[in-house]
Ligand binder design. Sequence first.
Ligand code: CS2
Length: 493
Amino acid sequence: MIDPSRLGADALAHLPTGVARPTYDRTSVESGIVHLGIGAFHRAHQAIYTDAVLAAGDRRWGILGASLRSPETRDALTSQDGLYTMAVRDAAGESLQVVGSITRLLVAPEDPAALLAAMAAPATRIVSLTVTEKGYCHRPATGELDEDHPDVRHDLAHPDRPRSAPGFIVEALRMRRAAGLPAFTALCCDNLPHNGATLQRVLSRFAALRDPDLGRYVDGELRCPSTMVDRIVPATTDADRASIAAALGCIDVWPVVTEPFSQWVIEDRFSQGRPEWDRAGATFVSDVAPYELAKLRLLNGSHSTLAYLGYLAGHETVADTMAAPGFAALVRGLMLREAAPTLPAVPGLDPESYAASLIERFRNPALRHRTWQIAMDGSQKLPQRLLGTVRDRLAARQPIARLALGVAGWMRYVIGTDEQQRPIDVRDPLADDLRRRTAGLTSAEAIVAVLLAVEPVFGPDLPQSLVFRSAVEAALSSLLHDGAAATVAQASA
Ligand code: CS2
């Protein structure tokens, strides 16, 4: 039975005229890409570039999307023929596009063999990933595989029933090799430093632990281009669903909401060909590193700083935080005074105008991007967002006051109670450990001491820096005594 009130192939012809939609024959699309982690970010970013490639006539690159955890996205999209809406919003208004590039959906835990078979299929030429920082089962401070990770242990013991992204990729590569098929290209689209090289290192080590010969194969044959991905995509809310349904005239239970800005810089090193994503605005380059570093340190470093301090100061969203006294000045100073001087020159990227555009993007009043959402998984994010910058600044004997305030914001947040003594729902793989370490401690010195000792985050070196330690202690002491709002207002005074 067709549900006329639900988005799906049959609803396309009845959408209001202003809504963009796939005009190509979706039944002729092959699945050339298997994507692991079919969350909102992928659907508002890579799936959009791919939709444009399909629309331009190259039908080899449909996306088979897999969730490594929950069935929700599959359940929602399968009953919509894989279709969903992207709402692009800013102060000027909203535009809607129904996206057709996702052709099939799988849920890995329900049937790992089905996902492995799709990854090992001859038509699959790219396996891309947005599994968030923690999905790589690595140690954030070093980028090495965490061999004690429960999923790594599981996948080494049960290689044909993996749980983790590295477990799936390595088993699929083994299957392809055994079948005489070439390796696919593995394309990391997460905010990790040197994300291609990091993925390759994790996969090579995992494969070597399974079998040294497989390790050499993955190390030598697999290509993992680096990418810089950028688009702000807050979690979709029920209010978004309701307003999008009203505008579409039918229900889409799984839309995405995003900003007009979108950027994708990709290292052009694919073993089995690749879509012409540049047709849709992506940039292919020979070296992504400078773009990636600039984005992680300027955008994501500011984002995390705003998230911790904004949350503590009682602000629900990034836009609300940016409107409060001192926050815009703080992140502007963080970007231009502390982070930008650590960056190599990037052709076409002027730090002043990049920072100004980021401030505009953070202020976008039409996006309700929750500080709590960005605050998640800080133990996995801090090293590349703030701590790499700290290391470079310390080595150059330059001040780090704003970076230290961001780090102290994270420490104050992971204690797990807010400034009104209400519990904070801290989501982080290390949340329990962090709370246990700080339980009962009240002085900034004691809290900084126990948290700097978390080696997967701070490495062996940062706890040794007295300059860093005292800068974080001073910032945390102010957060504990004066609160985040006053600390930020004073910092920028
Ligand atoms: C954010 C990013 O949630 C977060 O940690 O900082 O998802 C950010 O919105 C994107 O990297 C923007 O490209």
